[in-house]
Design a protein around this ligand. Structure first.
Ligand SMILES: [Zn+2]
Ligand SMILES: [Zn+2]
Length: 273
């Protein structure tokens, strides 16, 4: 069986290679990988900056943003069904993990598919704990590979709404900085919630942003602080300094800052208070 492997901590070690076959043990579901998303986390692992191989091993199979198909019926799943999987798995001994929130794990002893102490999905077959599988509607097809990064965005918005909602606050205008996968998914989720959105990035224009009904600002041509006030600012460019330097205090008035992080990607959320 072939897999995309790397040696965490070492650069230039990412390669496709034969790895031992996978057998589903009792209590596991065998799935076949169809698609794997590649994000900044994968790049960092490949550059030797991040990632931990499973205990006793040198290599890590990459791939945490997966779309897979169930190979055999069992544990509530049927052959042919599309699935994705959670990334971070409980450390087993902290209050956050006990409450089913390993993304808020307090100990760092968690495992993450394709990132930390657990092989990922960039291989032909994976044996998975059915508790960690999430069914994907067939109608989504290949787009199902975006389920994992979309879940990160949705979680950030849930946090923003919870924090913003502690006092009178209405999410009417939002600024998204960055038009990579996270920035675009954020833009689309906010538009689906009928929020007026500006999305800003380096390129002169962005068709996908405009197709969502959001407006696009090029950070070369537009001064962000001149776009008016925003109730929410999402930094999805992977550079919080950019936020600080972008005149955003002016956009938000006085700001409260909350940081959300998840197992696989990070964005920052600024809420107007
Ligand atoms: Zn990712
Ligand atoms: Zn934990």
């Amino acid at each position: 069986m072939q897999a995309l492997v790397t040696q965490p901590g070492d650069t230039h070690t990412t390669r496709v290679e034969d790895v031992p076959a996978v057998e589903a043990l009792e209590g596991e579901v065998l799935v076949r990988t169809l698609e794997v998303g590649v994000c900044g986390t994968d790049r960092e692992i490949s550059e030797g900056l991040f990632g931990i191989a499973p205990e006793g091993e040198q290599q890590l199979v990459l791939g945490h943003e997966a779309l897979a198909v169930v190979e055999r019926n069992g544990y509530g799943f049927t052959r042919g069904q599309l699935v994705t999987a959670t990334v971070r798995r409980s450390c087993g001994h902290c209050i956050a993990c006990a409450e089913d929130s390993p993304d808020s794990c307090l100990t760092g002893d968690y495992r993450e598919r394709g990132i930390t102490r657990l092989h990922g999905y960039a291989r032909e077959l994976v044996a998975e704990d059915p508790e960690q599988l999430v069914a994907i509607p067939k109608s989504l097809g290949r787009l199902g590979v975006l389920a994992e990064p979309t879940s990160i965005c949705e979680r950030a918005l849930r946090h923003a709404r919870a924090i913003g909602g502690r006092q009178p606050w209405q999410l009417e205008r939002a600024l998204v900085i960055g038009a990579g996968a996270i920035g675009l998914l954020m833009t689309y989720l906010l538009r689906l919630a009928s929020v007026e959105v500006w999305t800003a990035s380096l390129e002169p224009e962005n068709e996908l942003v405009e197709q969502s009904g959001a407006r696009y600002a090029s950070t070369h041509d537009d001064e962000l602080s001149e776009l008016g006030k925003f109730d929410l600012v999402i930094e999805a460019a992977g550079n919080a300094q950019l936020m600080a330097g972008a005149g955003l205090r002016a956009c938000l008035g006085s700001i409260r800052v909350t940081r959300r992080s998840s197992s696989t990607a990070e964005c920052w959320v600024w809420i107007r208070s």
